[in-house]
Design a protein around this ligand. Structure first.
Ligand SMILES: [Zn+2]
Length: 46
């Protein structure tokens, strides 16, 4: 069982077209720094 990662620790991997791609140090997930949203699809609560 794994706790959901909050991606508090991130490092910038690359910048492309003004978008920073960051990787979470804890879970190694890669996403765009702009929306800080994991690439994987999750519940869409609003
Ligand atoms: Zn994470």
């Amino acid at each position: 069982m794994e706790l959901p990662c909050e991606h508090k620790k991130t490092v910038v991997l690359a910048r492309r077209d003004g978008v920073d791609y960051v990787e979470c140090v804890d879970c190694k997930q890669i996403f765009e720094a702009e929306d800080l949203e994991p690439v994987t699809v999750d519940a869409d609560d609003e």
